[in-house]
Design a protein around this ligand. Structure first.
Ligand code: SF4
Length: 751
């Protein structure tokens, strides 16, 4: 201790610099953060931090913090008080609302929010009356959510970082964990050393992770799908697939098999540059060393066909029978510390918290949870149509600033941007947005640090920076990539004049006139909403992902007494045991009598499907004349596939003339959730990531045949039982891309 006579208090929080979720033990003396240890008993970081994690203490210090509210006046920053800032920002927002409606404001959140912050921000946008609320997952892993949710059910990593030690073979695609997620690398290397697990890396670049590979596969950028199909070609050709698993649990694999047949080793080599002999070796290793896991990161997701890339790898794991087993699954590495939680709790233009979608049933559900009238909520949007229409995503908001009325699918161009949550430094990652920022009449940035966002030199007025706390100056939970919610304790008091996100949102809601309704069941202590109460409300409302058992009391208990719980409840018992957790991984069901320990592995393949065991779809969708409507709202024609959302689904339905056969309710569901992404409440039943019933019904009426899970749903809804038939292949790269690949002879120096 620096001061020998003063007690050192330890507080636990979570590292904020990546999604591994390493525990930080902060040592505080006399209110000052004097020392830091990694979480020794955490089964995830096991007493280690990487250099990034070792530096988190600096976030609460330093001269770079925003110290007090600032306002830009004629190009110069002026110090102002919190009262003045909230008053002026609130007045300008109200003026904009009066002149242009609530959709003229974009609420950009962040994956650096706590779960409670993300949920509250979504709720704030709802009370303001817009679905223009999003965060950076839009440009990183939203394709993962769509791809895996439509294959397996939930849009999340299936296993856990430390479960990788149970793998008998590792396949890493489009990721460099040795540098981006360093602590997770120890679990991989343990798997490699203890299990002698082959360590295969597929990447166009030779990275530090690739340096550890037992087999490094260098591919041409953008050829992820042919590589997956090439692996499956060898697997099917040699009979290495898990036939019993497929027979019991997987819809649509025959169609994949037919598609894969075309991807001969010669064709795959021509397209990807990978020799057939190497691909055969990798396929054999994965098939004969089971369970094998696939790990991917943004090298897979950040493509125009990102969802299809994700689907291809997901289908590979289904063919090998690796989903729903310890040591198998898909370990999908997110970026920021709370990308999973921010997505789970509603920072998305097309969903309410817990992927409830925007259909009437979903709004009614949250109106009940929030204890407000559904009509009251609807009135805030102006109309039912606006309430159920998807907002403008992060990738398009600046178009909406520059648009004229009528150019875009919302009533007016954007006029204001609210940027909260430490990390919405969107200018750095999307420089083209500057043009939009220049035109906004109001820009508000709430952040611990002055970001490039607020420093647009072309703006001379109408910009405010509010000093927000870091996560170490407040408390709340976060969900790391492995779905585990961990409670982070406040380490030090907010420094300078900073306030936490909860307080800033409360002050703003109070100025905007809806704080009483919005915080009806959340205790507010001296303008600070209590985060435990926010989480309790989330527990009540977020049924669809099983976030009901992660009460603040349980999360705190787990963080405090990890060592005791290790042998008892921390070893998650739903499904096969796959490593220990810090916190509680969802689904974790809550009930006074049930203390669900969380789900270490998503999907249980130890049970028969009739008893709740996992059942998956290699493919599902409906099609006619070669046009496929896929579960994620994509459509394909021939070998072409478009990633898409509700607008694609609607466009294809119109093209086929099927939209006329939809009931208004079905139309609303499709407009809200597309072909199947997200959730909807139909007849008081919440359907998550199901192909919408309307599409199945009209498809059957028009003589088409639903595939995969659509078939199961058709049966469940008492629609005529469809019969699977062979269809046009899907999930091939676009023909123009294939043509664009140079022939193998032309790029001998590629490797
Ligand atoms: Fe932090 Fe990630 Fe490093 Fe762990 S691996 S210490 S969570 S940056």
């Amino acid at each position: 201790p620096i001061l020998p006579n003063i007690e050192v208090v330890t507080r636990k929080n979570v590292c904020t610099h990546c999604s591994v979720g390493c525990t930080v033990i902060a040592e505080v003396q006399n209110g000052v953060w004097v020392g830091q240890e990694p979480g020794w008993e955490s089964p995830i970081n096991q007493g280690t931090h990487c250099a990034k994690g070792a530096s988190v203490r600096e976030l609460t210090k330093g001269t770079r913090r925003v110290k007090y509210p600032l306002k830009l006046v004629d190009g110069a920053w002026q110090r102002i008080s919190w009262d003045q800032a909230i008053e002026e920002i609130g007045n300008q927002l109200l003026e904009i609302r009066q002149a242009s409606g609530p959709d003229a404001v974009f609420w950009l959140g962040s994956a650096k929010f706590s779960n409670e912050g993300a949920y509250l921000y979504r709720k704030l946008a709802a009370f303001w009356g817009t679905n223009n609320v999003d965060h950076q997952a839009r440009i990183c892993h939203s394709t993962t959510v769509a791809g895996v949710a439509n294959t397996w059910g939930y849009g999340a990593m299936t296993n856990s970082y430390n479960d990788i030690q149970n793998s008998k073979a590792l396949l890493i695609v489009g990721g460099n964990p040795a540098e981006a997620h360093p602590v997770s690398m120890q679990h991989m290397l343990r798997g490699k050393e203890h299990n002698r697990a082959p360590f295969i890396v597929i990447d166009p670049r030779f990275t530090r992770t690739a340096a550890h590979a037992t087999d490094y596969v260098r591919i041409r950028p953008g050829t992820d799908i042919p590589i997956a199909w090439g692996l499956l070609w060898h697997i099917f050709e040699n009979g290495w697939e898990d036939k019993e698993y497929i027979r019991q649990r997987v819809y649509g694999m025959d169609e994949i098999r037919a598609e894969v047949k075309k991807w001969t080793p010669e064709e795959v080599e021509r397209v990807t540059g990978v020799p057939g002999s190497q691909l055969r070796r990798v396929a054999e290793v994965l098939a004969k060393n089971k369970p094998s896991t696939v790990i991917w990161c943004m090298g897979v997701t950040q493509h125009t066909v990102g969802t299809a890339n994700v689907r291809a790898l997901s289908i590979l794991q289904l063919a090998l029978g690796n989903i729903g087993v310890a040591g198998g699954g898909a370990n999908i590495y997110r970026g920021h510390c709370n990308v999973q939680g921010a997505t789970d709790f509603g920072l998305d233009v097309s969903t309410l918290p817990a992927y409830y979608g925007l259909a009437e049933g979903a709004w009614k559900h949250f109106a009940r949870v929030w204890d407000v009238g559904y009509d009251d909520l609807r009135g805030r949007f102006g109309s039912k149509d606006l309430m159920e229409a998807k907002g403008i995503p992060t990738t398009r908001w600046f178009d909406a600033v520059l648009a004229k009325p009528g150019d875009i699918d919302q009533p007016s161009p954007l006029r204001a941007m609210m940027c909260f949550g430490h990390g919405g430094n969107t200018v750095t990652r999307m420089p083209e947005m500057v043009k939009g920022l220049e035109k906004l009449s109001l820009l508000v940035v709430a952040d611990p640090h002055p970001t490039t966002f607020a420093a647009i030199k072309e703006r001379r007025n109408g910009t405010y920076i509010l000093p927000a706390c870091t996560q170490f100056e407040t408390d709340g939970s976060r969900t790391c990539s492995n779905r585990s919610m961990q409670w982070g304790e406040k380490v030090v008091e907010p420094i300078f004049e900073s306030k936490d996100d909860y307080t800033i949102m409360y002050l703003l809601a109070r100025k905007l006139g809806f704080a009483d309704e919005m915080f009806k069941h959340i205790t507010v202590e001296n303008t600070r909403p209590v985060p435990e109460d926010i989480l309790r409300e989330m527990n009540r409302g977020c049924l669809s992902i099983g976030a009901t058992g992660q009460s603040p009391e349980r999360l705190k208990m787990h963080m405090k007494h990890q060592a005791d719980f290790d042998k008892i409840t921390m070893r998650a018992s739903s499904g096969p045991c796959a490593g220990d957790y810090y916190g509680l991984p969802w689904p974790s069901w809550g009930h006074p009598e049930i203390r669900h320990p969380g789900s270490a592995v998503l999907y249980d393949t130890s049970k028969h499907v009739m008893d709740g065991g996992g059942v998956f779809r290699a493919r599902f969708g409906v099609e006619r004349n070669g046009v496929s409507l896929l579960a994620d709202g994509s459509y394909s024609k021939g070998s072409e596939i478009e990633d898409g959302y509700p607008e694609f689904t609607m466009a294809v339905l119109r093209k086929l003339g099927w939209d006329k056969d939809l009931t208004p309710e079905e139309m609303r569901v499709i407009q809200a959730i597309g072909g199947g992404e997200g959730s909807a409440e139909i007849d008081n039943v919440s359907w998550q990531t199901d192909l919408s019933m309307g599409i199945i019904r009209v498809a059957l009426k028009h003589g088409c045949v639903p595939h995969g899970n659509a078939k199961a749903r058709a049966v469940a809804w008492n629609l005529p039982d469809p019969v699977p038939i062979h269809r046009e292949p899907i999930y091939s790269p676009r023909p123009e891309l294939v043509k664009a690949y140079p022939a193998i002879e032309d790029r001998r120096d590629f490797r």
